[in-house]
Design a protein. Structure first.
Length: 335
């Protein structure tokens, strides 16, 4: 469904990109990455000459510009892929909504400037080392300083925008989880809620893992990752719980109600009567109770759950790997 309200700019842009080509996610990411690399490499700041103003380590600066050029398009790709996947989920669950129920999927999207302003403020106040910036035009290191600031603004603007769109999407799914029809014997129909949580979690995990490019100079600096953790960890918790929590509670309650109803039927049945039909019904109730007892109460199958467990370990392993490589190279060079 197309959104024509100009105040909901982000989702308008996403929909136009998704309709622009056969492979909109990859092509958009590659285009944005290419443009940013062209800007940084073409201007000569990606690898400044050693001694360019306060920038004594050109490889450290290269790591920063690589982060801008990789993380920004990665987040754009995640937003596009997430919205497209949620489109399919919405189409699948629409038949299971109560009659007359209407849901504006993008009802709060017009508030997008607020997270963008917060992201820009965070970029300027918490991610720019102003003491090392050269802000006098024409001075040595001015262009490098300027593009470092621009890179932080662009990257964190994308972070704010993507998190806003993703949280809004997950919030809407969470509201739908309160009313969607539940069939305990066809729980796979609800896996879209779990996939939305998984995709959002993967987005955050991938973003945190990409920050490892800042260690390209073999220096593992904790300050390069702390702001990402401040944003990424709360975002992951919110994005994972929003689309599935209300549905999880309903599934658990529905399962308990089903078990109580089966238990009542078992108690009411006369298993002592030597009647073939009664015995068959009694055994069927016991089997049914066993089946219901083993039903999951989360809208995700074992494949989705196992991926959650796997993704948890990706950023720590990447950071530990960077630290080990630094230790190994330092030992090798010193030897």
């Amino acid at each position: 469904m197309l959104v024509t309200d100009s105040s909901k700019f982000p989702i308008n842009l996403v929909q136009r990109i998704l309709q622009s080509s056969a492979r909109p996610v990859r092509s958009s990411g590659a285009l944005l990455c290419g443009l940013m690399l062209l800007l940084f490499v073409g201007s000569g700041v990606a690898y400044p000459v050693s001694g360019d103003g306060p920038f004594d380590d050109p490889i450290e600066i290269l790591g920063s510009f690589l982060l801008f050029s990789l993380l920004t398009p990665y987040l754009l790709m995640c937003m596009l892929a997430g919205v497209r996947a949620n489109d399919l989920t919405h189409r699948q669950i629409t038949p299971g909504l109560p009659p007359g129920f209407s849901q504006d999927r993008y009802q709060l999207m017009h508030y997008w400037p607020l997270p963008v302003l917060v992201a820009i403020a965070f970029a300027l106040l918490a991610n720019v080392n102003w003491s090392s910036m050269v802000l006098s035009p024409g001075s040595e290191g001015f262009l490098t300083s300027l593009l470092l600031i621009v890179g932080q603004i662009v990257m964190w603007t994308m972070v704010g925008l993507v998190l806003f769109v993703s949280i809004h999407e997950c919030w809407i799914l969470g509201r739908l989880g309160k009313v969607v029809e539940i069939n305990l014997y066809n729980l796979n129909a609800l896996n879209g809620f779990g996939r939305a949580a998984l995709n959002s979690f993967l987005m955050v995990v991938g973003a945190l893992s990409l920050t490892i490019v800042q260690a390209i100079d073999r220096e593992f600096r904790a300050e390069n990752y702390i702001n990402g953790l401040y944003v990424g960890l709360p975002a992951a918790m919110v994005l994972v719980t929003l689309p599935i929590w209300s549905l999880h509670r309903r599934l658990r309650r529905r399962k308990l109600e089903e078990l109580a109803a089966i238990d009542k039927e078992i108690v009411d049945s006369n298993s002592a009567v030597a009647d073939t039909e009664a015995m068959l019904r009694f055994n069927a109730l016991l089997q049914r109770r066993e089946i219901v007892s083993n039903l999951r109460v989360w809208p995700m199958d074992t494949t989705i759950f196992s991926r959650f467990v796997l993704y948890v370990f990706i950023p720590p392993l990447a950071w530990v790997g960077a630290a080990l490589v630094e230790f190994f190279l330092d030992s090798l060079l010193s030897g």
